[in-house]
Design a protein around this ligand. Structure first.
Ligand code: FDA
Length: 497
């Protein structure tokens, strides 16, 4: 409530925020979480909380009047459609050189993501988080994160026979025929539930085109794991449709936090001010970076150091499709949950997920999201003229990612006698190089913060989300974000509280 004084306020309810809330509450601390998106706990008029990718409605996008699907063309025709402006679940946030997709709502990115829960190979960890001791991560914090998230792997025997992974078996065949290692990728989707979907004994979710705009069943989003546990302590309060706009030192100690309440068309209906002894920035790489850059530049937190806003990367994301021969159909029924990838990281700098194209019809297409070792890093900066935060990423900076992805797909195409699809991202455009799902960095660990996420110029302010990670995790990022948050909050609880 307006004027309240609280011990801990957490900005955002994604992975970092949910870990912090649970562990602080278990340590006996009362926690208030502020989330700009909706609660996503109430069904719409169709009886479902979330809409499907094939029939997106107002619930799909954050304050847009037209959908902005990542894969926005098919057979050369644009597939985006008009929707009414609403505080929907997926934000396609546009910067000058890149569109950054992010989840909006209680659970953050866990609401919209594919649930692929990948621990980086230990040999790559030194480049992922160079200042963190790998031993403690691989013996304690990665296992703790995997347990907390409910990570599991597909039953390989079921994979070999089920219709809904025919597309992935085609991916395996082509990878192996070209000599690439094919690996199963763990996921937080409930694999037993998916078997029941396939058998017709449970309501379909992954097998009904649900993913990008939320899964109604089956996926263990943070709402079902960390946040459920945090709520069960009785110490955690969550305020959805509330957006933090300012954090500044309070006269009597602690921090004054300004919060705007939103309605479902995005208008500000009230502005509240609370005081908190400690504030955790967990608004995601983009959300936290934007807030900190603005607060430093506008004089609310002028002593934040010069690393704020730097070291941002796109995790090397790039997408492409391949056209298969008629004897390699990928199936009209495709699970929306990817379960496997092609590992060419060591030799070619690319790890490619075999992704579904769940259109409901046979497309003869193989679709891939590659994570690559792209070395480019961008910076957020305050634009005083427009009062917004800019990101200086350029579209051309994806070229290294394309080159790395080609180490896999040029070889597969040549072996199979196939070609790239040119109709998925525009008219005659092969590469989906305009976007990322994996924003990382902007408040890098041991640079913008100390080695545990403390903003040392301001005791009691912490960063605890993907903005701590310097731009690339070599695999999908949320397990690393969760494990790092587990490590940092344990230290903070034992030494700062
Ligand atoms: P996260 O973004 O999760 O949470 C931040 C929260 O803060 C959001 O809920 C936001 O609304 C809120 N917020 C922001 N600003 C605020 C403000 N000023 N006031 C109040 N609240 C504010 N990763 C992976 O490992 N495997 C995968 O399969 C995928 N797939 C995938 C698909 C798609 C479509 C997307 C968009 C993303 C993925 N990801 C993924 C990425 C993964 O979801 C992402 O890395 C994490 O969600 C990031 O976690 P954080 O805790 O950093 O922030």
């Amino acid at each position: 409530a307006n004027g309240a004084h609280v011990p801990v306020l957490i900005i955002g309810t994604g992975y970092g925020g949910s870990v912090a809330a649970l562990r602080l509450a278990q340590a006996g601390v009362d926690v208030n979480m502020i989330e700009m998106g909706m609660a996503w706990d109430t069904p719409g008029s169709d009886g479902k909380i979330f809409c499907t990718t094939t029939a997106p409605d107002q619930r799909s996008y954050w304050l847009r009047t037209k959908t902005k699907a990542p894969l926005n063309y098919f057979l050369g025709f644009p597939i985006d459609r008009n929707i009414s402006r609403y505080t929907g679940i997926l934000d396609a946030e546009e910067f000058s050189g890149i569109t950054v997709y992010q989840g909006r709502g209680v659970g953050g990115g866990s609401l919209v993501n594919g649930g692929m829960a990948v621990t980086p190979k230990r040999e790559n960890f030194g480049t992922v988080l160079p200042s963190v001791n790998p031993d403690e991560m691989y013996t304690t914090y990665y296992p703790r994160a995997n347990a907390g998230l409910g990570v599991g792997t597909i039953d390989p025997a079921w994979f070999d026979t089920t219709d809904c992974y025919q597309f992935a078996r085609v991916g395996r065949k082509h990878a192996q025929r070209s000599g690439f290692p094919f690996v199963f990728v763990p996921d937080v989707y409930d694999w037993n539930y998916m078997k029941q979907e396939a058998a017709g004994t449970a309501t379909k979710s992954a097998l009904a085109g649900e993913i990008l705009y939320g899964n109604n069943y089956g996926k263990k989003s943070l709402q079902k794991t960390y946040i459920a546990q945090a709520k069960a302590t009785g110490r955690v309060t969550i305020s959805p449709l509330h957006r933090v706009t300012r954090v500044a030192p309070a006269a009597g100690g602690g921090y004054t936090v300004v919060i705007e309440q939103l309605n479902t068309t995005g208008d500000v209906t009230a502005t509240k001010t609370v005081t908190s002894d400690r504030v955790f920035f967990a608004a995601g790489s983009v959300g936290t970076s934007k807030l900190l850059v603005k607060l430093k530049a506008t004089g609310a937190l002028p002593n934040l150091n010069g690393e704020i806003g730097k070291g941002w990367g796109d995790n090397g994301n790039v997408m492409c499709g391949r056209a298969n021969h008629l004897w390699d159909p990928t199936g009209s029924l495709q699970s929306t949950i990817p379960c496997a990838g092609i590992d060419n990281w060591a030799a070619g700098g690319a790890f490619a997920e075999v992704a579904p194209l769940p259109t409901g019809i046979e497309t003869f297409a193989s679709f891939y999201l590659s994570i690559t070792k792209n070395p480019n890093r961008a910076q957020f900066s305050w634009n005083a003229a427009t009062s917004t935060v800019d990101l200086n990423w350029q579209t051309a900076w994806k070229q290294p990612s394309i080159d790395m992805a080609k180490t896999i797909f040029d070889k597969i195409n040549s072996k199979e006698g196939t070609i790239y699809r040119t109709d998925l991202f525009g008219v005659y455009k092969i590469w989906g190089d305009h976007l990322t799902y994996h924003p990382l960095g902007g408040a890098v660990l041991n640079k913008a913060t100390d080695n545990y996420g403390r903003l040392t110029a301001y005791p009691g302010l912490y960063v605890i989300d993907g903005s701590l990670i310097p731009g690339n995790t070599s695999v999908n990022p949320f397990v690393t974000i969760t494990a790092l948050a587990e490590r940092n909050i344990e230290k903070i609880i034992t030494t700062d509280l």
